[in-house]
Design a protein around this ligand. Sequence first.
Ligand code: NAG
Ligand code: NAG
Ligand code: NAG
Ligand code: NAG
Ligand code: NAG
Ligand code: NAG
Ligand code: NAG
Ligand code: NAG
Length: 577
Amino acid sequence: MKLSTVVALSGLLAVSEAVPQQKLLQRQSDKKPNFLFVMTDDQDLQLNSTAYTPQILSRIKEKGTDFANHFVTTSLCCPSRVSLWTGRQAHNTNVTDVRPPWGGYPKFVAQGFNDDWFPVWFQNAGYNTYYTGKLMNAQSLSTYNKPFAKGFNGSDFLLDPHTYSYYNATYQRNHEPPKSYAGQHTTDVIADKSLGFLNDALESDRPFFLAVSPVAPHSNIEPGSMSSSDPTRMTEPIPLPRHQHLFQDVKLPRTPNFNPLNNTGASWVSKLALQNQSVVDAGDHFYRQRLRALQGVDELVDALITRLEESDEIDNTYIIFTSDNGFHIGQHRMPPGKTTGYEEDIRVPFFIRGPGIPEGQTVTSVSTHIDLVPTFFELAGVPLRDDFDGTPMPIKRKSAAVSHEHVTVEFWGSAVLEGDFAAIGVDGQTKLGNNTYKSARILGEGYNLYYSVWCNGDHELYDLTSDPYQTHNIYTPANTTTHLLGRPLHDVINRLDALLLVLQSCKGTTCIQPWKVIHPDESVQSLRDALTSQYDAFYQRQPKVSYEQCLDGYLISNEGPQVGLQYRDGLSWSAWV
Ligand SMILES: *[C@@H]1O[C@H](CO)[C@@H](O)[C@H](O)[C@H]1NC(C)=O
Ligand SMILES: *[C@@H]1O[C@H](CO)[C@@H](O)[C@H](O)[C@H]1NC(C)=O
Ligand SMILES: *[C@@H]1O[C@H](CO)[C@@H](O)[C@H](O)[C@H]1NC(C)=O
Ligand SMILES: *[C@@H]1O[C@H](CO)[C@@H](O)[C@H](O)[C@H]1NC(C)=O
Ligand SMILES: *[C@@H]1O[C@H](CO)[C@@H](O)[C@H](O)[C@H]1NC(C)=O
Ligand SMILES: *[C@@H]1O[C@H](CO)[C@@H](O)[C@H](O)[C@H]1NC(C)=O
Ligand SMILES: *[C@@H]1O[C@H](CO)[C@@H](O)[C@H](O)[C@H]1NC(C)=O
Ligand SMILES: *[C@@H]1O[C@H](CO)[C@@H](O)[C@H](O)[C@H]1NC(C)=O
């Protein structure tokens, strides 16, 4: 009796004056969140660059959550960006380089992704989408309209060969012809453009996704140095004049892997000579120029957030800050650059603030750039796709996130060295072949490892718990006396190799839960589980990850065994199904 009265009463209220108010409330809570995504180019995490950007720290990191173990899956702009915007590992995009035939914008188009990638999906989900800055390499004066990049309500892209000219950026807006900004600093140009798109976005009733991708702190490149006959000259980034005087006393962190007295690393890295003082000084200067160049980005972020605060959308907007890949200067004796699987190159900053995200928190679970699109889908309430190789980051309280302890790191092709002393590489080369490798970075309960297999047969294993700077390669499979994690070292290596065998060709859920491929009964879900001695003989028998030779691209025929053994019971092992 009482209950029905209440129902009737609320029903009565619902048809009277409560209607508009309730509708309004509902519309507010239904409105999907906006996204402001800022991604720098080649910004390191490990060299401490984020410590020098106070606005990014105070207005994003401290106002939100820091994902302290966030990685890229390929440490090179174009492959990393295509993986990010498709949610797939590079072996599933086959966009593995910055230019054709293996990569670049034309390869991205040829693979069919221009019709089937994040901006298209998000527009279909009701979003207005905007992008300004660098989208990907080889989107150029001659390729930008063959066809135009799809899925954006507003776009204004940097075009090659002028992408990295700090004082002669060329942009291409929507379907208009390219326009040169000779004499203007690239960061001033993108600041104008991104504020313009933010204003457009704020005028519409629809939610928005705005991506802003400045070139800083990438090296400066002048056109003419980009042809294949003339090796690319990548020189120090150019700060805005108002930042030139900063950080005169700052030096690169002198970590144990900085210009080490003994050689470290594998392949070409292990052949580098010790740097002399002039080269070290040049590295410190290069670093300062990067920090100075980042100041413009710091101001840009400040301006964008201030504009959001002036609107009524700040509390309904996720603000994300990250980089497309990391960077090294001097670690393992390397001249400036990226492309390796070492910590400096694969770790990037990832800060996110927004509705429901706790302030000042640090999350240590592992995440990667292929988790970003699944994360944006989840935050926007869009159902996840089956072809995602990643899984949402644990942000929402009721998240479909599958926690994972592995990162699959892949690379095909050459390492390109940057800066005035780029040619201190092996034999005076600035472009070094034999930089094709695959690796697994594992961060689990009680272990912190990096295992790599290179195209020339080199292997690396680092125990980052005792060796966080990766200076002692402990890969010695023939050594039967050494132990790791309480097990003979070779038994641990057998597990890591079997995991990498799955990861090298994984797709969708097998990238997210790789141990299930080897142990379909789900009795093994982590390296720890797999280390049980009952599986020793089984893992011993697994085919080993290898390459036929060093190639610059992804040809299955070159990639060694593709199928491993599956554990059914103690007696019968069969190939994966
Ligand atoms: C953005 O593009 C989508 C897809 O073409 C369209 O439905 C939507 O109306 C556009 N938004 C604006 C503000 O024009
Ligand atoms: C700037 O870029 C344009 C192409 O957009 C080019 O035509 C021009 O020569 C460049 N100017 C300089 C000074 O390099
Ligand atoms: C990073 O930079 C900050 C700010 O200058 C400094 O306090 C800190 O010691 C630096 N950390 C390293 C590892 O160099
Ligand atoms: C460098 O190599 C020598 C000779 O192998 C070894 O004795 C020394 O401990 C190594 N130094 C470091 C810092 O690893
Ligand atoms: C330091 O090394 C560089 C690169 O090998 C070389 O060009 C330079 O002459 C060396 N400087 C000194 C003072 O030895
Ligand atoms: C590259 O690796 C091949 C083996 O695949 C080897 O023969 C060659 O010497 C290596 N080149 C360099 C520059 O290390
Ligand atoms: C195995 O490794 C241990 C520890 O690094 C070392 O002391 C030992 O000499 C090695 N044994 C062989 C046979 O190389
Ligand atoms: C990747 O692309 C290259 C170049 O187009 C092609 O030769 C190769 O077969 C492709 N690899 C796979 C696995 O599809």
